[in-house]
Design a protein around this ligand. Structure first.
Ligand SMILES: Cc1cc2nc3c(=O)[nH]c(=O)nc-3n(C[C@H](O)[C@H](O)[C@H](O)COP(=O)(O)OP(=O)(O)OC[C@H]3O[C@@H](n4cnc5c(N)ncnc54)[C@H](O)[C@@H]3O)c2cc1C
Length: 484
Protein backbone atom coordinates (compact mmCIF):
# COMPACT_ATOMS: atom_id res chain seq x y z
CA UNK A 1 0.00 0.00 0.00
CA UNK A 2 1.38 3.42 -0.95
CA UNK A 3 1.60 6.43 1.38
CA UNK A 4 -1.65 7.93 0.03
CA UNK A 5 -3.60 4.70 0.51
CA UNK A 6 -2.24 4.24 4.00
CA UNK A 7 -3.32 7.78 4.86
CA UNK A 8 -6.77 7.39 3.29
CA UNK A 9 -7.36 4.05 5.00
CA UNK A 10 -7.16 5.82 8.37
CA UNK A 11 -9.56 8.67 7.58
CA UNK A 12 -13.07 7.32 8.17
CA UNK A 13 -12.32 5.99 11.63
CA UNK A 14 -15.49 7.03 13.42
CA UNK A 15 -14.13 10.39 14.62
CA UNK A 16 -16.67 12.98 15.67
CA UNK A 17 -16.26 15.78 13.12
CA UNK A 18 -19.11 18.29 13.23
CA UNK A 19 -20.02 20.54 10.31
CA UNK A 20 -23.30 22.41 9.87
CA UNK A 21 -24.77 20.68 12.91
CA UNK A 22 -24.11 17.15 11.66
CA UNK A 23 -21.45 14.52 12.07
CA UNK A 24 -19.45 13.95 8.89
CA UNK A 25 -19.27 10.19 8.40
CA UNK A 26 -17.45 10.12 5.07
CA UNK A 27 -14.65 12.67 5.20
CA UNK A 28 -13.05 11.59 1.93
CA UNK A 29 -16.26 12.01 -0.05
CA UNK A 30 -17.52 15.17 1.69
CA UNK A 31 -17.32 18.34 -0.45
CA UNK A 32 -15.85 20.33 2.46
CA UNK A 33 -12.87 17.99 2.76
CA UNK A 34 -12.51 16.09 -0.53
CA UNK A 35 -10.37 18.72 -2.29
CA UNK A 36 -7.91 19.10 0.57
CA UNK A 37 -7.64 15.37 1.19
CA UNK A 38 -6.95 14.92 -2.52
CA UNK A 39 -4.18 17.54 -2.28
CA UNK A 40 -2.64 15.69 0.67
CA UNK A 41 -2.92 12.45 -1.30
CA UNK A 42 -0.97 13.99 -4.19
CA UNK A 43 1.75 15.17 -1.81
CA UNK A 44 1.96 11.69 -0.33
CA UNK A 45 2.22 10.19 -3.82
CA UNK A 46 5.46 12.16 -4.15
CA UNK A 47 6.92 10.13 -1.28
CA UNK A 48 6.47 7.01 -3.43
CA UNK A 49 7.87 8.69 -6.54
CA UNK A 50 11.31 7.19 -7.24
CA UNK A 51 12.68 10.61 -8.28
CA UNK A 52 11.17 12.88 -5.59
CA UNK A 53 10.64 10.39 -2.75
CA UNK A 54 14.28 10.24 -1.61
CA UNK A 55 14.23 14.04 -1.10
CA UNK A 56 11.19 13.76 1.16
CA UNK A 57 12.11 10.76 3.27
CA UNK A 58 14.79 8.97 5.26
CA UNK A 59 15.01 5.35 6.39
CA UNK A 60 13.45 4.65 9.77
CA UNK A 61 16.15 3.12 11.97
CA UNK A 62 13.49 0.75 13.38
CA UNK A 63 11.73 -0.48 10.24
CA UNK A 64 14.12 0.44 7.42
CA UNK A 65 11.13 1.95 5.59
CA UNK A 66 11.21 5.48 4.14
CA UNK A 67 9.54 7.96 6.50
CA UNK A 68 9.03 11.73 6.32
CA UNK A 69 12.13 13.88 6.86
CA UNK A 70 10.34 16.08 9.39
CA UNK A 71 11.04 13.24 11.84
CA UNK A 72 14.79 13.26 11.28
CA UNK A 73 16.94 14.45 14.18
CA UNK A 74 19.59 16.32 12.17
CA UNK A 75 23.14 15.35 13.06
CA UNK A 76 24.89 17.50 10.45
CA UNK A 77 24.42 20.70 8.49
CA UNK A 78 23.67 18.55 5.43
CA UNK A 79 20.84 16.77 7.24
CA UNK A 80 19.39 20.12 8.27
CA UNK A 81 19.43 21.19 4.64
CA UNK A 82 17.89 17.87 3.63
CA UNK A 83 14.96 18.61 5.93
CA UNK A 84 14.61 22.10 4.47
CA UNK A 85 14.54 20.69 0.95
CA UNK A 86 11.73 18.32 1.91
CA UNK A 87 9.68 21.24 3.30
CA UNK A 88 10.46 23.16 0.13
CA UNK A 89 9.00 20.48 -2.10
CA UNK A 90 5.61 20.27 -0.37
CA UNK A 91 5.40 24.05 0.18
CA UNK A 92 6.20 24.78 -3.43
CA UNK A 93 3.51 22.39 -4.67
CA UNK A 94 0.93 24.02 -2.40
CA UNK A 95 2.13 27.63 -2.92
CA UNK A 96 2.60 27.98 0.85
CA UNK A 97 -1.18 27.76 1.24
CA UNK A 98 -1.14 24.70 3.47
CA UNK A 99 0.26 25.18 6.92
CA UNK A 100 -0.75 21.95 8.58
CA UNK A 101 0.90 19.31 6.48
CA UNK A 102 2.25 18.25 9.85
CA UNK A 103 5.77 19.50 9.19
CA UNK A 104 5.33 21.81 12.15
CA UNK A 105 3.90 19.35 14.69
CA UNK A 106 6.20 16.55 13.53
CA UNK A 107 9.16 18.87 14.05
CA UNK A 108 7.96 19.77 17.55
CA UNK A 109 7.72 16.10 18.40
CA UNK A 110 11.15 15.43 16.93
CA UNK A 111 12.55 18.24 19.07
CA UNK A 112 10.95 16.90 22.26
CA UNK A 113 12.28 13.45 21.42
CA UNK A 114 15.79 14.85 20.93
CA UNK A 115 15.53 16.74 24.26
CA UNK A 116 13.63 14.02 26.10
CA UNK A 117 16.24 13.49 28.80
CA UNK A 118 16.13 17.13 29.96
CA UNK A 119 12.35 17.63 29.74
CA UNK A 120 9.40 16.36 31.74
CA UNK A 121 7.71 16.44 35.10
CA UNK A 122 8.48 14.92 38.47
CA UNK A 123 7.28 11.41 37.56
CA UNK A 124 10.38 10.97 35.38
CA UNK A 125 8.37 9.22 32.62
CA UNK A 126 8.53 11.87 29.92
CA UNK A 127 11.58 10.46 28.12
CA UNK A 128 10.19 6.96 27.87
CA UNK A 129 6.69 8.04 26.85
CA UNK A 130 7.78 10.61 24.29
CA UNK A 131 10.28 8.18 22.77
CA UNK A 132 7.60 5.54 22.28
CA UNK A 133 5.20 8.12 20.87
CA UNK A 134 7.82 9.63 18.54
CA UNK A 135 8.82 6.23 17.12
CA UNK A 136 5.22 5.19 16.58
CA UNK A 137 4.31 8.53 15.02
CA UNK A 138 7.36 8.45 12.73
CA UNK A 139 6.90 4.88 11.56
CA UNK A 140 3.12 5.16 11.10
CA UNK A 141 3.67 8.62 9.51
CA UNK A 142 0.87 10.12 11.53
CA UNK A 143 -0.46 13.49 10.54
CA UNK A 144 -0.99 15.70 13.57
CA UNK A 145 -1.97 19.19 14.65
CA UNK A 146 -1.79 21.24 17.82
CA UNK A 147 -4.69 22.48 19.96
CA UNK A 148 -3.12 24.81 22.50
CA UNK A 149 -5.31 27.80 23.26
CA UNK A 150 -8.20 28.18 25.67
CA UNK A 151 -11.54 29.16 24.13
CA UNK A 152 -11.90 32.93 23.82
CA UNK A 153 -14.65 33.26 26.42
CA UNK A 154 -13.28 35.98 28.68
CA UNK A 155 -9.62 36.89 28.31
CA UNK A 156 -9.65 38.93 31.52
CA UNK A 157 -10.07 35.77 33.62
CA UNK A 158 -7.68 33.05 34.61
CA UNK A 159 -8.77 29.46 34.03
CA UNK A 160 -9.64 28.96 37.69
CA UNK A 161 -11.77 32.12 37.85
CA UNK A 162 -14.65 30.83 35.74
CA UNK A 163 -17.83 29.71 37.51
CA UNK A 164 -17.55 26.49 35.54
CA UNK A 165 -14.01 25.25 36.23
CA UNK A 166 -14.14 23.15 33.04
CA UNK A 167 -14.44 26.11 30.67
CA UNK A 168 -10.74 25.70 29.98
CA UNK A 169 -9.43 22.14 29.60
CA UNK A 170 -8.97 20.49 32.99
CA UNK A 171 -8.62 17.06 34.52
CA UNK A 172 -11.94 15.79 35.93
CA UNK A 173 -10.61 12.63 37.55
CA UNK A 174 -7.85 10.09 37.38
CA UNK A 175 -8.48 6.38 36.89
CA UNK A 176 -6.38 3.26 36.56
CA UNK A 177 -6.43 3.72 32.80
CA UNK A 178 -5.64 7.39 32.54
CA UNK A 179 -6.99 10.90 33.07
CA UNK A 180 -10.48 12.07 32.17
CA UNK A 181 -10.51 15.61 30.77
CA UNK A 182 -13.25 18.15 30.11
CA UNK A 183 -13.14 21.56 28.42
CA UNK A 184 -12.22 22.94 24.99
CA UNK A 185 -9.19 24.00 22.99
CA UNK A 186 -8.87 26.23 19.96
CA UNK A 187 -7.86 26.51 17.13
CA UNK A 188 -6.87 23.13 15.69
CA UNK A 189 -6.22 23.68 12.01
CA UNK A 190 -6.53 20.47 10.01
CA UNK A 191 -8.09 18.59 12.95
CA UNK A 192 -10.77 16.83 10.86
CA UNK A 193 -8.26 14.90 8.79
CA UNK A 194 -5.16 14.42 10.97
CA UNK A 195 -4.43 11.27 12.94
CA UNK A 196 -3.38 12.88 16.20
CA UNK A 197 -4.01 15.95 18.32
CA UNK A 198 -1.18 17.39 20.44
CA UNK A 199 -2.68 19.20 23.43
CA UNK A 200 -1.04 21.40 26.07
CA UNK A 201 -1.34 25.03 27.23
CA UNK A 202 0.39 27.63 25.08
CA UNK A 203 0.63 30.37 27.71
CA UNK A 204 2.52 29.96 30.95
CA UNK A 205 0.32 28.87 33.86
CA UNK A 206 0.92 29.91 37.46
CA UNK A 207 1.58 27.10 39.93
CA UNK A 208 -1.88 27.70 41.42
CA UNK A 209 -3.41 26.49 38.13
CA UNK A 210 -1.59 23.19 37.93
CA UNK A 211 -4.81 21.29 37.11
CA UNK A 212 -4.82 23.17 33.79
CA UNK A 213 -1.19 22.30 33.03
CA UNK A 214 -1.24 18.90 31.36
CA UNK A 215 0.28 17.75 28.08
CA UNK A 216 -0.98 14.80 26.09
CA UNK A 217 -1.53 13.44 22.59
CA UNK A 218 -4.55 11.48 21.44
CA UNK A 219 -6.00 10.02 18.26
CA UNK A 220 -8.55 12.37 16.67
CA UNK A 221 -11.05 9.51 16.92
CA UNK A 222 -10.87 9.28 20.73
CA UNK A 223 -14.37 8.80 22.24
CA UNK A 224 -15.61 12.02 23.86
CA UNK A 225 -13.56 14.24 21.54
CA UNK A 226 -15.64 16.44 19.22
CA UNK A 227 -14.02 18.35 16.36
CA UNK A 228 -16.27 21.35 15.74
CA UNK A 229 -15.53 22.91 12.35
CA UNK A 230 -16.00 26.48 11.26
CA UNK A 231 -17.99 27.09 8.08
CA UNK A 232 -16.38 25.40 5.08
CA UNK A 233 -14.63 27.67 2.57
CA UNK A 234 -14.03 24.80 0.15
CA UNK A 235 -15.36 24.97 -3.39
CA UNK A 236 -16.00 22.21 -5.88
CA UNK A 237 -15.28 24.56 -8.81
CA UNK A 238 -11.60 24.03 -9.58
CA UNK A 239 -11.46 26.52 -12.48
CA UNK A 240 -13.32 29.34 -10.73
CA UNK A 241 -11.77 28.81 -7.29
CA UNK A 242 -8.37 27.19 -7.84
CA UNK A 243 -7.28 27.71 -4.22
CA UNK A 244 -10.53 27.13 -2.31
CA UNK A 245 -11.06 23.88 -4.19
CA UNK A 246 -7.66 22.53 -3.16
CA UNK A 247 -6.41 24.13 0.01
CA UNK A 248 -9.13 24.72 2.61
CA UNK A 249 -7.38 23.13 5.57
CA UNK A 250 -10.34 23.73 7.89
CA UNK A 251 -10.00 25.12 11.42
CA UNK A 252 -11.79 23.65 14.40
CA UNK A 253 -12.44 23.90 18.09
CA UNK A 254 -11.85 20.65 19.95
CA UNK A 255 -14.36 19.84 22.68
CA UNK A 256 -13.38 17.26 25.28
CA UNK A 257 -16.48 15.74 26.80
CA UNK A 258 -14.98 13.63 29.58
CA UNK A 259 -12.48 12.05 27.21
CA UNK A 260 -10.20 9.37 28.63
CA UNK A 261 -6.51 9.96 27.92
CA UNK A 262 -4.52 6.75 28.56
CA UNK A 263 -1.55 7.12 30.88
CA UNK A 264 0.97 6.31 28.16
CA UNK A 265 -0.28 9.39 26.27
CA UNK A 266 -0.13 11.72 29.28
CA UNK A 267 3.34 13.22 28.91
CA UNK A 268 3.15 15.84 31.69
CA UNK A 269 0.51 16.20 34.37
CA UNK A 270 -0.22 19.15 36.69
CA UNK A 271 3.14 20.78 36.12
CA UNK A 272 3.22 24.35 34.74
CA UNK A 273 7.02 24.64 34.89
CA UNK A 274 7.63 21.37 33.06
CA UNK A 275 5.20 22.41 30.33
CA UNK A 276 6.84 25.81 30.01
CA UNK A 277 10.21 24.07 29.56
CA UNK A 278 8.67 22.00 26.75
CA UNK A 279 7.26 25.16 25.12
CA UNK A 280 10.66 26.79 25.22
CA UNK A 281 12.79 23.79 24.37
CA UNK A 282 15.45 25.20 22.01
CA UNK A 283 15.51 22.07 19.83
CA UNK A 284 11.75 21.94 19.31
CA UNK A 285 11.57 25.71 18.76
CA UNK A 286 14.35 25.77 16.16
CA UNK A 287 13.26 22.65 14.29
CA UNK A 288 9.60 23.70 14.17
CA UNK A 289 10.31 27.23 12.94
CA UNK A 290 12.25 25.95 9.93
CA UNK A 291 9.21 24.56 8.04
CA UNK A 292 7.02 27.54 8.90
CA UNK A 293 9.50 30.00 7.40
CA UNK A 294 10.00 27.82 4.31
CA UNK A 295 6.23 27.85 3.82
CA UNK A 296 6.04 31.63 4.33
CA UNK A 297 8.68 32.15 1.68
CA UNK A 298 6.74 30.15 -0.89
CA UNK A 299 3.54 31.98 -0.09
CA UNK A 300 5.15 35.40 -0.49
CA UNK A 301 6.71 34.24 -3.78
CA UNK A 302 3.25 33.21 -4.95
CA UNK A 303 1.75 36.60 -4.05
CA UNK A 304 4.61 38.45 -5.76
CA UNK A 305 4.20 36.34 -8.90
CA UNK A 306 0.47 37.03 -9.04
CA UNK A 307 1.04 40.75 -8.48
CA UNK A 308 3.55 40.88 -11.32
CA UNK A 309 1.33 38.91 -13.72
CA UNK A 310 -1.76 40.98 -12.90
CA UNK A 311 0.06 44.25 -13.53
CA UNK A 312 1.48 42.98 -16.82
CA UNK A 313 -1.87 41.58 -17.92
CA UNK A 314 -3.64 44.94 -17.58
CA UNK A 315 -0.71 47.02 -18.78
CA UNK A 316 -0.22 48.73 -15.40
CA UNK A 317 3.37 47.62 -14.90
CA UNK A 318 4.65 50.80 -16.59
CA UNK A 319 3.45 53.08 -13.79
CA UNK A 320 6.05 54.06 -11.24
CA UNK A 321 3.86 53.53 -8.20
CA UNK A 322 2.89 50.05 -9.44
CA UNK A 323 6.58 49.23 -9.90
CA UNK A 324 7.25 50.52 -6.41
CA UNK A 325 4.56 48.22 -5.00
CA UNK A 326 5.80 45.23 -6.98
CA UNK A 327 9.26 46.07 -5.71
CA UNK A 328 7.93 45.93 -2.17
CA UNK A 329 6.67 42.40 -2.80
CA UNK A 330 10.12 41.40 -4.05
CA UNK A 331 11.71 42.98 -0.98
CA UNK A 332 9.44 40.83 1.19
CA UNK A 333 10.43 37.66 -0.66
CA UNK A 334 14.14 38.41 -0.58
CA UNK A 335 14.06 39.41 3.09
CA UNK A 336 12.54 36.11 4.13
CA UNK A 337 14.82 34.17 1.78
CA UNK A 338 17.86 35.92 3.29
CA UNK A 339 16.67 35.18 6.82
CA UNK A 340 16.24 31.51 5.97
CA UNK A 341 19.70 31.47 4.49
CA UNK A 342 21.11 33.21 7.56
CA UNK A 343 19.42 30.66 9.83
CA UNK A 344 21.10 27.89 7.90
CA UNK A 345 24.49 29.63 7.66
CA UNK A 346 24.52 30.25 11.41
CA UNK A 347 23.32 26.71 12.21
CA UNK A 348 25.25 24.96 14.98
CA UNK A 349 25.17 21.65 16.81
CA UNK A 350 23.84 21.78 20.39
CA UNK A 351 25.78 20.00 23.17
CA UNK A 352 24.08 16.71 22.22
CA UNK A 353 25.20 17.03 18.61
CA UNK A 354 21.77 17.98 17.19
CA UNK A 355 22.16 20.55 14.43
CA UNK A 356 19.83 23.51 14.80
CA UNK A 357 19.13 26.46 12.53
CA UNK A 358 19.75 29.85 14.19
CA UNK A 359 16.51 30.88 15.85
CA UNK A 360 16.86 34.68 15.75
CA UNK A 361 16.57 34.94 11.93
CA UNK A 362 13.68 32.46 11.91
CA UNK A 363 11.81 34.34 14.64
CA UNK A 364 12.43 37.58 12.77
CA UNK A 365 10.98 36.05 9.60
CA UNK A 366 7.93 34.75 11.44
CA UNK A 367 7.31 38.11 13.07
CA UNK A 368 7.78 39.94 9.79
CA UNK A 369 5.38 37.51 8.12
CA UNK A 370 2.52 38.68 10.34
CA UNK A 371 2.98 42.18 8.83
CA UNK A 372 4.27 41.30 5.36
CA UNK A 373 1.34 39.15 4.36
CA UNK A 374 -1.53 41.60 5.09
CA UNK A 375 0.49 44.30 3.31
CA UNK A 376 1.09 42.01 0.32
CA UNK A 377 -2.64 41.36 0.03
CA UNK A 378 -3.28 45.11 0.22
CA UNK A 379 -0.84 45.64 -2.64
CA UNK A 380 -2.65 43.11 -4.81
CA UNK A 381 -5.91 44.97 -4.15
CA UNK A 382 -4.30 48.26 -5.14
CA UNK A 383 -2.97 46.81 -8.39
CA UNK A 384 -6.01 44.79 -9.44
CA UNK A 385 -8.57 47.42 -8.37
CA UNK A 386 -11.93 46.99 -10.12
CA UNK A 387 -10.49 44.26 -12.31
CA UNK A 388 -11.33 41.72 -9.60
CA UNK A 389 -15.00 42.43 -10.27
CA UNK A 390 -14.57 42.44 -14.05
CA UNK A 391 -14.98 38.67 -14.21
CA UNK A 392 -18.03 36.57 -15.05
CA UNK A 393 -19.64 34.69 -12.20
CA UNK A 394 -18.50 31.44 -13.77
CA UNK A 395 -15.87 30.60 -16.33
CA UNK A 396 -18.48 28.48 -18.09
CA UNK A 397 -20.10 31.72 -19.33
CA UNK A 398 -17.42 32.12 -21.98
CA UNK A 399 -19.22 29.33 -23.86
CA UNK A 400 -22.68 30.91 -23.42
CA UNK A 401 -24.56 33.48 -25.53
CA UNK A 402 -22.45 36.33 -24.10
CA UNK A 403 -19.17 34.63 -25.04
CA UNK A 404 -18.27 37.14 -27.79
CA UNK A 405 -18.81 40.10 -25.42
CA UNK A 406 -16.62 38.45 -22.78
CA UNK A 407 -13.93 37.87 -25.37
CA UNK A 408 -13.95 41.55 -26.28
CA UNK A 409 -14.37 43.31 -22.94
CA UNK A 410 -12.70 40.96 -20.49
CA UNK A 411 -9.41 40.61 -22.32
CA UNK A 412 -6.14 42.15 -21.08
CA UNK A 413 -3.36 44.25 -22.62
CA UNK A 414 -1.63 41.27 -24.05
CA UNK A 415 -3.87 38.46 -22.88
CA UNK A 416 -7.08 37.01 -24.22
CA UNK A 417 -10.20 37.06 -22.06
CA UNK A 418 -9.77 33.46 -20.95
CA UNK A 419 -6.26 34.13 -19.64
CA UNK A 420 -7.10 37.40 -17.91
CA UNK A 421 -10.24 36.07 -16.26
CA UNK A 422 -8.49 32.93 -15.02
CA UNK A 423 -5.67 34.99 -13.54
CA UNK A 424 -8.03 37.41 -11.81
CA UNK A 425 -10.19 34.60 -10.45
CA UNK A 426 -7.07 33.01 -9.00
CA UNK A 427 -6.01 36.36 -7.53
CA UNK A 428 -9.47 36.91 -6.03
CA UNK A 429 -9.30 33.48 -4.41
CA UNK A 430 -6.09 34.71 -2.80
CA UNK A 431 -7.27 38.14 -1.66
CA UNK A 432 -11.06 38.28 -1.50
CA UNK A 433 -12.67 34.88 -1.09
CA UNK A 434 -13.65 33.54 2.36
CA UNK A 435 -10.53 31.35 2.21
CA UNK A 436 -8.45 34.44 1.43
CA UNK A 437 -9.73 36.29 4.52
CA UNK A 438 -8.97 33.25 6.61
CA UNK A 439 -5.42 33.20 5.25
CA UNK A 440 -4.86 36.83 6.13
CA UNK A 441 -6.10 36.13 9.65
CA UNK A 442 -3.93 33.05 9.78
CA UNK A 443 -0.73 34.88 8.85
CA UNK A 444 -1.46 37.55 11.44
CA UNK A 445 -2.08 35.11 14.29
CA UNK A 446 -1.01 31.55 13.64
CA UNK A 447 2.18 31.74 15.64
CA UNK A 448 0.64 33.72 18.47
CA UNK A 449 -0.68 37.21 19.11
CA UNK A 450 1.76 39.41 17.14
CA UNK A 451 1.78 42.03 19.88
CA UNK A 452 3.17 39.46 22.26
CA UNK A 453 5.44 37.67 19.75
CA UNK A 454 7.21 40.94 18.87
CA UNK A 455 7.47 41.85 22.56
CA UNK A 456 8.79 38.39 23.33
CA UNK A 457 11.48 38.71 20.66
CA UNK A 458 12.53 42.00 22.22
CA UNK A 459 12.56 40.55 25.74
CA UNK A 460 14.59 37.50 24.74
CA UNK A 461 17.08 39.38 22.57
CA UNK A 462 20.74 39.56 23.57
CA UNK A 463 20.71 43.36 23.82
CA UNK A 464 24.04 43.96 25.46
CA UNK A 465 25.82 43.36 22.18
CA UNK A 466 23.99 46.48 20.94
CA UNK A 467 24.18 48.63 24.04
CA UNK A 468 27.86 48.25 24.94
CA UNK A 469 28.88 50.57 22.10
CA UNK A 470 26.26 53.14 23.09
CA UNK A 471 27.52 53.33 26.66
CA UNK A 472 31.11 53.41 25.50
CA UNK A 473 30.30 56.53 23.49
CA UNK A 474 28.06 58.14 26.12
CA UNK A 475 30.68 57.66 28.81
CA UNK A 476 33.66 58.63 26.64
CA UNK A 477 35.85 61.01 28.62
CA UNK A 478 36.60 63.52 25.91
CA UNK A 479 39.99 62.08 24.92
CA UNK A 480 38.35 60.08 22.16
CA UNK A 481 38.09 56.85 24.13
CA UNK A 482 35.08 54.78 23.14
CA UNK A 483 34.59 56.65 19.89
CA UNK A 484 36.44 57.44 16.70
C1 LIG B 1 -6.58 30.77 11.09
C2 LIG B 1 -5.97 30.38 12.40
C3 LIG B 1 -5.43 29.11 12.54
C4 LIG B 1 -4.88 28.72 13.77
N1 LIG B 1 -4.38 27.45 13.91
C5 LIG B 1 -3.93 27.03 15.12
C6 LIG B 1 -3.51 25.69 15.32
O1 LIG B 1 -3.49 24.88 14.40
N2 LIG B 1 -3.15 25.31 16.57
C7 LIG B 1 -3.17 26.17 17.63
O2 LIG B 1 -2.85 25.77 18.73
N3 LIG B 1 -3.56 27.46 17.46
C8 LIG B 1 -3.94 27.90 16.24
N4 LIG B 1 -4.37 29.19 16.09
C9 LIG B 1 -4.49 30.03 17.29
C10 LIG B 1 -3.49 31.13 17.36
O3 LIG B 1 -2.29 30.65 17.88
C11 LIG B 1 -4.10 32.23 18.23
O4 LIG B 1 -5.15 32.79 17.48
C12 LIG B 1 -3.13 33.32 18.62
O5 LIG B 1 -2.17 32.80 19.50
C13 LIG B 1 -3.83 34.48 19.31
O6 LIG B 1 -4.57 34.00 20.39
P1 LIG B 1 -6.13 34.21 20.48
O7 LIG B 1 -6.72 33.96 19.14
O8 LIG B 1 -6.60 33.40 21.60
O9 LIG B 1 -6.29 35.75 20.73
P2 LIG B 1 -6.58 36.44 22.13
O10 LIG B 1 -5.51 36.07 23.09
O11 LIG B 1 -7.97 36.13 22.54
O12 LIG B 1 -6.45 37.96 21.76
C14 LIG B 1 -7.56 38.78 21.37
C15 LIG B 1 -7.14 40.25 21.49
O13 LIG B 1 -6.91 40.57 22.87
C16 LIG B 1 -5.54 40.96 23.09
N5 LIG B 1 -5.09 40.25 24.29
C17 LIG B 1 -5.68 39.17 24.88
N6 LIG B 1 -4.99 38.78 25.95
C18 LIG B 1 -3.94 39.61 26.07
C19 LIG B 1 -2.85 39.71 26.98
N7 LIG B 1 -2.72 38.87 28.01
N8 LIG B 1 -1.92 40.67 26.77
C20 LIG B 1 -2.03 41.51 25.72
N9 LIG B 1 -3.06 41.47 24.82
C21 LIG B 1 -3.99 40.54 25.00
C22 LIG B 1 -4.78 40.49 21.85
O14 LIG B 1 -3.65 41.32 21.56
C23 LIG B 1 -5.84 40.56 20.76
O15 LIG B 1 -5.89 41.85 20.25
C24 LIG B 1 -4.88 29.62 14.86
C25 LIG B 1 -5.41 30.91 14.70
C26 LIG B 1 -5.94 31.29 13.49
C27 LIG B 1 -6.51 32.68 13.36
Amino acid sequence: MGARQRYLSRRNDGRSVWLNGQVVHDLIGHPAFAGTIDTIGKLLDLQDDPHVGPSLTFRSPDTGQPVNLAYLVPRSREELLQKQTAYDIWSERTFGMMSRLSDYSRSLLTGWYASRHVLGGGDGQFAEKIERYYRESRDQEWFSTTALHDPQVDRSKRSSQFDDPYTHLRIVRETEDGIVVRGAKMIATGAPYVDELLVYPYHRRPQSEERYATMFAIPAATPGVHIVCRESFASAEREDHPLSSRFDEMDAVVVFDDALIPWERVFIKDDPDAIWAVRQDPVAVALSQQPTVVRLLHKLEFVAAIGHEMAATIGAQHYLHVQEKLGELIVQVETVRALLLAAHEQAKPNPSGVWLPAVEPLTTARNLGSRFYPRAIEILQQIGAGGFMQVPSSLAERNGPLGPFLEKYYRGAEADADTRVKLFKLAWDLIGSPLASRHELYERFYSGDPVRTYASQYLGYEKQALTDAVWALAKANGRGEGSV
